[in-house]
Design a protein around this ligand. Structure first.
Ligand code: HEC
Ligand code: HEC
Length: 237
């Protein structure tokens, strides 16, 4: 399946065309975000409460069955065609952080209120349990809907937009789209509509890019056609 890379992003070697200043800014952001202050912030979400929540005979947390399955699927592959993200195989640390943002309403894009309602009743133990459960599920497999779009998206994913000083997505989300723990999400196999929505929300500022505004920097350099192509490539992996 996905070979999850734990390597540090290597945009510095791979993207010589970027002006030194923007490379430096982004590299600093990546470093301080991945290994610095946000860890302390996230620690409050993952407070090590004993997992008291129950599990079904099939090993699925009951809260997943009662509260998450309808939109994210029993094993984290969303049964819906589009706007509900797959969670299977997503990094636990990333999901805990997002769940925390939903709880605090600091993730407030037009789709977020659905999740605000979902996380409100969860105990700390249940939050840990669901993130653990979904992260241990097998990621979605890729699907190619439109080879031409996929090819366009792939080019952007690996090449970035030098003229716009936009680094390649690969630098942070990895060559296999597996992301980089603890904070860069896996993208592989993600639903197209969800990806299009999120890039659009980052672009408009409706979803605040909590990591030094990185994704807002990226998304404001993309036009709608490029966003659609990237979503097609991401879904294909
Ligand atoms: C009624 C549908 C629905 C239900 C039920 C639901 N979700 Fe969600 N979930 C969504 C939507 C829509 C989003 C995208 C929200 C956004 O764009 O801000 C989302 C996003 C998420 C994300 C962020 C994913 C990412 O890649 O950033 C996580 C984690 C998540 N949900 C976990 C859960 C958990 C755990 C439960 C059960 C307690 C749950 N969801 C129940 C609809 C739902
Ligand atoms: C310099 C690092 C970096 C680069 C380059 C980068 N990303 Fe991201 N990306 C992030 C971070 C960090 C997040 C987590 C969102 C946040 O900061 O709140 C993220 C989140 C995302 C999400 C939301 C995932 C989810 O589950 O909700 C998508 C989609 C995404 N990136 C796509 C891309 C695409 C497409 C590119 C290239 C055009 C790209 N990213 C380039 C760092 C990066």
């Amino acid at each position: 399946m996905l070979a999850r890379s734990t390597k540090v992003p290597h945009m510095l070697q791979k993207k010589p065309f970027l002006p030194a200043i923007s490379v430096l800014t982004i590299a600093m952001a990546v470093t301080s975000v991945a290994y610095g202050s946000t860890i302390a912030k996230t620690a409050s979400v993952s407070s090590p409460t004993a997992a008291t929540s129950s599990v079904t005979s099939g090993g699925v947390p009951t809260v997943v069955q009662s509260s998450c399955m309808a939109c994210h699927g029993l094993q984290g592959i969303s049964p819906d065609g589009g706007m509900f993200p797959n969670l299977a195989g997503q990094w636990k640390t990333y999901m805990l952080r997002e769940l925390d943002h939903f709880k605090a309403h600091t993730r407030a894009d037009p789709q977020s209120p659905i999740m605000w309602a979902m996380v409100a009743p969860l105990t700390a133990a249940q939050t840990q349990q669901v993130a653990e459960y979904f992260s241990s599920q097998k990621p979605a497999s890729g699907h190619v809907y439109d080879p031409k779009l996929v090819a366009e998206g792939k080019k952007l994913y690996f090449g970035g937009l030098p003229k716009m000083q936009m680094p390649a997505c690969m630098a942070c989300h990895g060559t296999t789209l597996a992301g980089l723990p603890p904070f860069f999400p896996m993208l592989a196999g993600q639903k197209r509509t969800y990806v299009i929505n999120q890039l659009t929300y980052f672009k408009s500022g409706q979803r605040v890019a909590t990591h030094k505004g990185i994704m807002q920097y990226i998304a404001t350099r993309l036009d709608q056609k490029q966003i659609v192509a990237l979503a097609a490539y991401i879904r294909s992996r």
